[in-house]
Design a binder for this molecule. Structure first.
Ligand code: PGA
Length: 254
């Protein structure tokens, strides 16, 4: 395991493989939940967090982590989908994580991507998150194009919860998960970069060689809306990146 602290304040921990790095992120979550049982937090969707979900569910089953009082806000979903839709990211999060642990349904806020007036619903969701004090801990994945949640390239640091257009690259990356690609919407609802930057702790989990180029760009290139993940560096010491060796293979840190 390698730990590196950058002079911008953020830290990166590199571990051998996906499982090992996921266990380290599970440790961070367990520590935070133990310290503040009612933390406001979030988890990403995608293939990256699946081992993390398994580790957290196993630890919860052994009563090593108690999620009873945590407050959960989801990050993003495809526009127009209800959580009961088999392609909904909120529904997927419920099946893959939330329903496997003792998170209380009353403490779960799912982004209202199926609301008939999405712009207004997004603003209300943002206000709810603010009312709850904002994120204590936000755990994120990164897209191959540098997106964070559905904050695609072009998303500024000031963005908040809103409806966005998905890029062709993101739609292609997402297509692998869809049961019926023909119904894939072109838009999504996502929390914004500002919601994330306001978090007291930001964890970015990055695994696999397919993410090596974008991780290097995000951490060693300019801080720019062209690579939304690079904007996370503005959080300084509140940002901790956890990468496996494959994802970190193109990093040249100094
Ligand atoms: P992935 O998605 O974990 O499936 O690579 C990550 C993301 O796009 O945020």
């Amino acid at each position: 395991m390698l730990e590196f602290k950058h002079n911008e304040g953020w830290a990166i921990t590199i571990a051998t493989d996906h499982r090992t790095v996921s266990a380290l992120v599970a440790d961070v979550i367990a520590e935070q939940v133990a310290a503040t049982p009612n933390i406001v937090w979030s988890l990403p969707t995608g293939s990256t967090p699946i081992p993390l979900f398994d580790i957290l569910a196993a630890r919860a089953a052994r009563e090593e982590i108690d999620f009873r009082n945590v407050v959960f806000f989801s990050l993003d979903d495809y526009l127009g989908l209800h959580p009961s839709d088999p392609n909904s990211l909120s529904g997927w999060l419920q099946r893959e994580f939330l329903n496997r642990v003792n998170v209380q349904p009353a403490n779960v806020h799912l982004i209202p991507a199926d609301d008939p007036i999405p712009g207004e619903a997004a603003r209300h969701y943002d206000a709810d998150l603010t009312r709850c004090g904002g994120f204590d801990l936000v755990v994120l994945g990164i897209g191959e194009n540098g997106h964070i949640a559905f904050n695609e390239p072009g998303s500024e640091a000031s963005t908040r919860t809103r409806v966005v257009e998905m890029t062709p690259e993101t739609r292609e990356q997402a297509a692998g998960y869809w049961n019926d690609q023909f119904r894939m919407p072109g838009q999504a609802m996502t929390i914004g970069m500002a919601n994330i930057l306001e978090a007291r702790q930001i964890v970015l989990l990055v695994t696999g060689s397919v993410k090596a180029t974008v991780l290097a760009e995000a951490l060693t290139g300019d801080i720019s809306h062209h690579v939304p993940a690079s904007i996370l560096r503005l959080a300084g010491a509140r940002l901790h990146i956890f990468a496996d060796a494959s994802a970190a293979s193109q990093l040249n840190l100094n």
